[in-house]
Design a protein around this ligand. Structure first.
Ligand SMILES: Nc1ncnc2c1ncn2[C@@H]1O[C@H](COP(=O)(O)OP(=O)(O)OP(=O)(O)O)[C@@H](O)[C@H]1O
Length: 321
C-alpha cells in the first residue's frame, strides 16, 4: 500500500495565531480519512497547505508522491480541492458549469462532455443536468461543487466541511454520495468536519485535531474501544431533588454521575452490570424509573478524553484567538 498523503510536523502561523502547530499524519491510497476538530482547530489551514494554496512555515508534505513545496504544479494536477464555499454559477446549468470547469483545466471539448455526463451520473444529477443551478437545492448544489473538483480525474480529493450549511436530510443524502465516491478503490479522500456523526459514518480513519495539533488518530471503532466504560442514562418520574438521586446510586460502580432535571447519566465500567443496580437503587428509595439505556463511548467521548472538553461545546464558541 502506498501513502497518498504524508504530512510531517506541519506548522503555519498567521500573525499572533498559530493556526497549525504540529500536524503529522499519513493517508494510504484509497483511504477515506477525516480531519475532525472544532472551529479554528487548523483543519482548513492543513488542507490548504496540502493542496498548495498556502505555504507551511515548517515541516514537509507529499501528496501523490509530489512534494507540496518543491512540486506544487504536479500536486495541483493530481488533486481536487472542494473548498468550504466552492462556487457554482447559478445562471448556468449543472452541465455547463462542468464544461466551463473542464475548459479551465484544459480538457478537450469531446473529453469534457463525456466527463461531465459521467460525473453528473455519479452524483445522481443527470435528470437535473440541463436546469439552471439557480433552481437546485442546497444539497444538489453541493454535489455539483464536489464533482466540479473532479473534472481532471484527480487521484486525491480534499473536501473542506462538505456538509456545512445543509439541512439534516440533505446532509444524510450527501453522506451516501460521499460513501459511493469513497468506494472507488483508486480515489483517496481527505475531508474535514466538525460533525462527529459525519466522521463516524464516512471515515476509514479519523485524525483528531485540536489547537493546531494531532491529538489522536485511528479508525473510529478503535478510538472508541480504547475508552474503558459505558454511559448509563436513566430517566425518573417527576422532579426529584438531585441529592436524592445521587444518594440512591452512590453504591454503584460509578466514576461520574451527572443529573439534569429528571435525567441521570452515570459513567460506569460495565453498563450491562451497572444498569440493573442503578435502577434497583433508585426504585428502592421510592423513585420511579421511566426509561433506562446503555450507550457505548462516542467520538465526542474520545475528544473529551483527550482534551477535557466536548467537541459539541467547542463548536458553539467563536474561533479561538
Ligand atoms: N488567512 C488567515 N489569516 C489570519 N488567520 C487565519 C487565516 N486562516 C486561518 N486563520 C486562523 O487560524 C486558525 C485556524 O483556522 P482554520 O480555518 O485552519 O481552522 P478550522 O479547523 O478549519 O476551522 P473551521 O472549521 O472554522 O474552518 C483560526 O484561529 C483562524 O482564525
Amino acid at each position: 500500500m502506498t501513502d497518498a498523503i504524508i504530512a510531517r510536523h506541519l506548522r503555519k502561523r498567521y500573525g499572533a495565531v498559530q493556526a497549525v502547530a504540529d500536524v503529522s499524519f499519513t493517508v494510504t491510497e484509497g483511504e477515506v480519512v477525516c480531519l475532525l476538530g472544532p472551529n479554528g482547530a487548523g483543519k482548513s489551514t492543513t488542507t490548504r497547505i496540502l493542496t498548495t494554496l498556502t505555504r507551511a512555515d515548517g515541516g514537509s508534505a507529499t501528496v501523490a508522491g509530489h512534494d507540496v513545496t518543491a512540486q506544487p504544479q504536479s500536486v495541483r494536477a493530481t488533486v481536487g480541492y472542494i473548498a468550504q464555499h466552492a462556487g457554482t454559477d447559478a445562471y448556468l446549468t449543472g452541465r455547463e458549469n462542468l464544461l466551463v470547469q473542464s475548459a479551465a483545466q484544459g480538457l478537450r471539448r469531446a473529453v469534457a462532455k463525456r466527463r461531465a455526463a459521467e460525473l453528473l451520473d455519479r452524483v445522481h444529477l443527470t435528470s437535473a443536468a440541463d436546469r439552471l443551478v439557480a433552481t437546485y437545492s442546497g444539497g444538489m448544489r453541493r454535489r455539483l461543487e464536489i464533482v466540479m473538483g473532479m473534472v481532471h480525474n484527480p487521484s486525491v480529493i480534499f473536501l473542506d466541511e462538505p456538509t456545512t450549511g445543509l439541512d439534516p436530510e440533505a446532509r444524510a443524502d450527501l453522506w451516501s454520495e460521499l460513501n459511493n465516491l469513497g468506494q472507488q478503490q483508486s480515489l483517496t479522500v481527505l475531508l474535514t468536519t466538525h460533525y462527529l456523526e459525519e466522521a463516524d459514518r464516512l471515515a476509514d480513519r479519523v485524525v483528531i485535531i485540536d489547537r493546531g495539533r494531532v491529538i489522536a488518530e485511528g479508525a473510529p471503532e478503535v478510538l472508541k474501544s480504547r475508552l474503558a466504560g459505558d454511559s448509563v442514562t436513566v430517566e425518573v418520574a417527576g422532579r426529584p431533588a438531585t441529592q436524592d438521586i445521587l444518594a440512591a446510586i452512590r453504591e454503584v460502580d460509578s466514576r461520574a454521575v451527572s443529573v439534569a432535571g429528571n435525567r441521570v447519566v452515570a459513567h460506569v465500567q460495565h453498563g450491562s452490570h451497572a444498569l440493573p443496580a442503578i435502577v434497583t437503587g433508585l426504585e428502592a428509595t421510592g423513585l420511579h424509573v421511566t426509561s433506562a439505556s446503555v450507550t457505548r463511548p462516542s467520538l465526542d467521548d474520545v475528544y473529551l478524553h483527550y482534551t477535557g472538553r466536548r467537541l459539541t461545546d467547542d463548536n458553539t464558541r467563536p474561533d479561538r484567538p
